[in-house]
Design a protein around this ligand. Structure first.
Ligand SMILES: [Zn+2]
Length: 565
């Protein structure tokens, strides 16, 4: 018996219609479809967009370069540790039905020429439940991947533990998790793709332990499946509960990846994890790209009107002021977003992920306020919650593990003030970031692009260098708050702003920042490209300056930088 059992047989059945065009029934909308068209669309319904479950050979075709898949551990023996009656026959039956030896198939292949280890679970084989053989194949695969120093991508689906094997099946959870720990210690990339359905013991072990966790749209993912919850505590789950989308919102998956983008995403992830300690500026040279913009900029004489501190405070609060995302468009060729803190929720106030800077992967953390009223609300006006800072730390620790430099774009009025934030430990989350960031063994560059509000800004601003845009501000608290605390009169905010020393020019003078980034007349949509271009060239120079510098030395430099204050 498996934990998860679908009511209807969801796998597709090929039916030959009278006109002899092979047809297939959509598992979601139930319509009869032209099979060839469905196959062409990677088993996605052309009527409703619903996803078909994918058999092992088809999944391999979708991901691996043609004829590159070389299977590993393909011949497994049938074990029956509890001597459960009829179990061997059931496995034999599944083998005949699927042509597979077990519920997981593993091997080595190429993805756009890059070597990876690929594992694919198949729900047709006893609901892809995890028995000794599945656990053994996954563990042996990870061990071999460590020996051959290859990244692992595992397509998961499962009904859970294999009940016929009892406690032996349960032990596979600990065994596979321990192997993944070893993979991490070896500094190698382990990623999972959660497909429909991924439930039970698999979610409590190898499925949820990816450095990057992806999911297919609409996939059912949960520890206890809907039927188990209903039978155990009589609770009916709401619609949409335990879907991939639900998990994304709650911070447990990095992103939902459409089938058409899967192979490309895997390729970029492989490329993004090939950095080495002490190699931070080895860019892919790109002659065409070579900064035509800087040449244009040199010729023009940009006149910047002088703004006083209060004018700057007002200017950086405007929604029209470009956000990190606007600059990122001009800095990075490609960006893969990573969602979630793996504990509570994905905080939309912080955007994080991997950007490619002329082919060089860089981890990016950016507060994002939003552009429209609706988006500002969703992103909480760029005021992170504790889970936002925890997400930021999660991706930064991952950057360190894979020797990837970090760029933080700081732009927040401050950390969110409120009950929820206190309950979830705002102080602790900021403190932990300050402590952990201080010791990161990769270069960290922090750029204040707008508002730098107090501890909420500092929580992602512990860098080897800190830069500020010409009109950005950075302060212990808002001028209103300062005036109300010191003078009991928040109306004197303007006066406060003048004496607080919050402008880039003040901070440069105080030695708090290294560089002032020109705004070419003031940051807005017309200058975002120029500012982005300037940042791109200078970020590259910053990273190149760390070539040949080991991680310990980089962390020491950062420690010394803050030790001075
Ligand atoms: Zn459909």
């Amino acid at each position: 018996m498996q934990l998860f059992k679908s009511k209807k047989e969801k796998t597709s059945e090929v039916v030959v219609a009278p006109q002899e065009i092979p047809q297939v029934k959509c598992p979601k909308c139930g319509k009869m479809l032209d099979k060839a068209r469905v196959v062409k669309r990677k088993y996605v319904c052309y009527e409703c967009g619903g996803y078909f479950r994918v058999k092992v050979p088809n999944r391999i075709k979708m991901v691996a370069d043609p004829h590159t898949f070389e299977p590993w551990f393909a011949e497994s023996e049938i074990g029956n540790p509890l001597n459960y009656e009829g179990y061997e026959d059931k496995i034999k039956e599944a083998r005949e039905k699927t042509g597979l030896d077990e519920a997981v198939t593993v091997g080595r292949c190429k993805v756009f020429g890059e070597d990876i280890v690929l594992g694919v679970c198949d729900s047709r084989f006893m609901m892809a439940s995890m028995g000794h053989t599945v656990g053994e194949k996954i563990t042996a695969t990870i061990e071999r991947a460590i020996e051959e120093r290859l990244p692992v991508f595992l397509f998961c689906c499962s009904g859970g533990a294999r009940m016929q094997e009892g406690i032996v099946s349960l032990m596979q959870m600990a065994k596979t998790s321990a192997a993944i720990q070893k993979m991490g210690e070896a500094g190698l990339l382990y990623c999972t793709v959660l497909t429909d359905p991924t439930t039970g013991g698999v979610t409590a072990s190898f499925a949820m332990l990816g450095d990057v966790i992806m999911a297919e749209p609409g996939a059912l993912i949960g520890f206890a499946g809907p039927r188990v919850i209903r039978q155990t505590i009589g609770q009916e789950l709401p619609k949409g509960f335990q879907t991939a989308e639900f998990l994304l919102e709650h911070g447990f998956v990095d992103g939902i990846v459409k089938r058409e983008n899967l192979k490309k995403t895997i390729y970029f992830l492989v490329k993004a994890h090939q950095c080495k300690d002490g190699e931070y500026g080895n860019f892919v040279t790109n002659e065409e790209y070579h900064f035509v913009l800087s040449e244009i900029l040199k010729e023009k004489s940009w006149k910047t009107p002088d703004k006083n501190a209060w004018e700057k405070v007002k200017a950086v609060r405007k929604v029209e002021r470009p956000s990190a995302v606007d600059y990122m468009d001009h800095i990075f060729d490609y960006f893969v977003e990573a969602h979630g803190d793996r504990g509570f929720r994905d905080d939309p106030a912080i955007v994080s992920g991997i950007g490619f800077l002329d082919g060089k992967p860089v981890t990016v953390v950016a507060e994002h306020k939003g552009k429209t009223m609706k988006e500002c609300k969703e992103r909480n006006y760029g005021m992170p919650m504790p889970e936002g800072y925890r997400k930021a730390l999660r991706v930064m620790k991952q950057a360190e593990k894979f020797h990837r430099p970090i760029v933080c774009f700081v732009n927040t009025p401050g950390a969110f003030c409120g009950m929820e934030a206190e309950e979830r430990g705002m102080g602790e989350s900021i403190a932990r970031n300050l402590m952990e960031m201080s010791a990161l063994k990769v270069p960290v560059l922090c750029i204040l692009i707008g508002e730098g509000g107090s501890g909420g800004a500092l929580a992602t601003a512990v860098g080897n260098e800190v830069w500020m845009l010409e009109n950005a501000t950075y302060s212990i608290l808002s001028p209103e708050g300062f005036a109300s605390i010191l003078w009991k009169d928040s109306a004197r905010a303007q006066e406060a702003s003048e004496i607080m020393g919050i402008t880039a020019q003040d901070l440069k003078r105080l030695g708090i920042i290294e560089q002032i980034v020109p705004e070419f007349g003031g940051a807005d949509e017309t200058t975002a490209g120029a500012i982005g271009g300037y940042l791109k060239e200078n970020i590259k120079k910053f990273l190149e300056s760390y070539d040949g510098t080991g991680g310990e030395e980089i962390a020491k430099q950062r420690y010394d930088r803050f030790r001075r204050f």
